[in-house]
Design a protein around this ligand. Sequence first.
Ligand SMILES: NC(=O)c1ccno1
Length: 233
Amino acid sequence: MRIDIVTIFPEFFSVLDVSLLGKARVDGLLDVHVHDLRSWTTDRHRTVDDTPYGGGAGMVMKPEPWAQALSAVLRDDGSSTLVVPTPAGRPFTQAIARSLAADTDHLVFACGRYEGIDARVFEWAASRCSVVELSLGDYVLNGGEVAAMAMIEAVGRLVPGVVGNPESLVEESHEDGLLEYPSYTKPAVWRDLEVPDVLLSGHHARVAAWRHEQQVERTRRVRPDLLPDDTAR
Ligand SMILES: NC(=O)c1ccno1
């Protein structure tokens, strides 16, 4: 999978050189390129923003640098997906992460700052690629970079080969519509707190049943909204 990121803070994404995603880049599983939006400005001050039409506080990102930048990174065949992290987007979920990891091989992240990017950029881009506006949650960040980083990690880790043991991707929160069960490791007793006996029983069927019960109980307690209506909440 190729990932292009357009931002005015390219240094923000140096973290993509470490850990699993960093190794995936070295292994050629992820091909990540970070671009400075200001590379596509033409004035001495490398201006990327201006005052909003209609008035209001803050500044809006100018359309032309974005159009130049996206023209340089979007594929000509329309196969790119432009991801716009924004609080005004659809909620980013594990299902969306799975879909992006499985169905796209080129993601372009447009990281806005200030009050956002001139809306015409996305109208223009929609004739050249799929445009998806996605929100990390119902809160506002100072820009799209933190959200893009989270989305890149959530999608990148699902690309085959990035996570060493694919089994570890299966029993995770939201993979089956439930929150994950609690996990334990040695010692069996720690500060007078014991690991549940069933996990020491070696009885795989009982362990599996207990873990599912824990998932349902935790989901009912913490995220009842995730449970189907016909499940007793
Ligand atoms: N909630 C979000 O995804 C977001 C992106 C930029 N600011 O907030």
